[in-house]
Design a binder for this molecule. Structure first.
Ligand code: LMR
Length: 329
């Protein structure tokens, strides 16, 4: 049996032909900040699998999860410098490199569900936003989902007044800054990789994130309450270094485009399930209480956050907000 297996693998090797291209592949370093078993992690691994398959190994994708290579801000700088070739930062992270428009996705309660989101990202507005990346040396290839954010703290967050005076970790988005200030809370920008420790040591009191991010970073182990607010969305823009991408041999670029298209469909089809499963795991762990809002409490949260739209109109742009709202209502 062992001999047969060996003969079979030799045959496979022979079929693969001369190994020269695969010996000297073009490498795509794909850096990201979350765990592998998250919507983004799984989509990245799927892209690797398909890109390597469709290019017969002429392209090799090295995925570095968990901020192994770079944290939030550094990874965007590294991409622009060409130290890595591909990333998928959240919409909330492009402000520091001078692109404010993706922060429109951060507006509270702007997306009722994922189907509505898809209308935006797959439509003309989504395409136009991707074009903003090119002057910054990047090309936007796809929109990847994570899901809807929940609020966590060691205090039970039910009414808008409960947020007053608490420190919340945020991603580097001015919209998120405005959101917490509107609630009377104190926002603090912090890299994703530092959140668990900051919660554990009390540097911040709370944070907002998707169930899959909360669960895979073990935030639920250091937060007594998670309130199911679904008040905002986290999703990603897959970006590549423009010079690198434009310089790929056309056949390999086409194969990678195909791999990206399929990895996107794969990831976006299962992101909601990933988050449902993570929420169930959190519930089962018994480490954190999941708090549901009554319709009246939900309404009060929505009302309390409405001023954010006016606060950030000057930054994100009122016409963009209006267009976004038109496409989602
Ligand atoms: C965060 O910083 O909370 C998220 O953007 C992390 C991620 O990539 O999902």
């Amino acid at each position: 049996c062992h001999l047969v297996a060996t003969a079979a693998s030799l045959a496979v090797l022979a079929l693969a032909g001369p190994a020269s291209a695969a010996d000297n592949p073009i490498v795509i370093k794909f850096s990201h900040v979350v765990a592998s078993n998250t919507p983004k992690g799984l989509a990245a691994d799927k892209f690797k699998e398909l890109a390597e398959k469709y290019t017969d190994g002429k392209v090799k994708v090295e995925v570095y999860p968990n901020s192994q290579l770079y944290k939030d801000k550094e990874e965007l700088e590294a991409l622009q410098l060409g130290a890595v070739q591909m990333l998928a930062p959240s919409n909330s992270k492009f402000g520091p490199i001078g692109i404010k428009e993706f922060e429109v996705f951060d507006l509270p309660y702007i997306l009722p569900d994922l189907a509505t989101l898809r209308k935006v990202t797959d439509g003309p507005l989504g395409a136009r936003l991707l074009k903003l990346l090119e002057p910054k040396g990047m090309i936007g290839l796809a929109y990847w989902d994570n899901g809807f954010k929940q609020m966590s703290a060691n205090k039970k967050l039910v009414d808008p007044a409960d947020y007053k005076g608490l420190k919340f970790r945020i991603q580097s988005s001015k919209v998120l800054d405005a959101q917490f200030r509107t609630l009377g809370a104190i926002p603090q920008v912090m890299a994703f990789s530092e959140v668990y420790q900051a919660l554990q040591t009390g540097v911040v009191d709370g944070q907002e994130n998707t169930p899959s991010n909360i669960y895979t970073q073990k935030m639920h182990e250091v937060q007594k309450y998670i309130t199911l607010t679904n008040h905002g969305y986290i999703g990603y823009v897959v970006v590549v270094n423009k010079k690198f991408w434009d310089g790929l041999p056309p056949d390999l670029r086409a194969a990678c485009d195909k791999a990206m298209k399929e990895a996107t469909a794969y990831g976006n089809n299962q992101s909601a399930k990933e988050n449902d499963d993570a929420l169930e795991e959190i519930r089962k762990s018994g480490k954190s209480e999941l708090v549901k809002l009554t319709p009246a409490q939900d309404e009060a949260m929505r009302k309390a956050m409405m001023p954010v739209y006016k606060d950030v109109a000057g930054r994100v742009g009122q016409p963009l907000i209006d267009e976004f709202l038109k496409e989602t209502r």
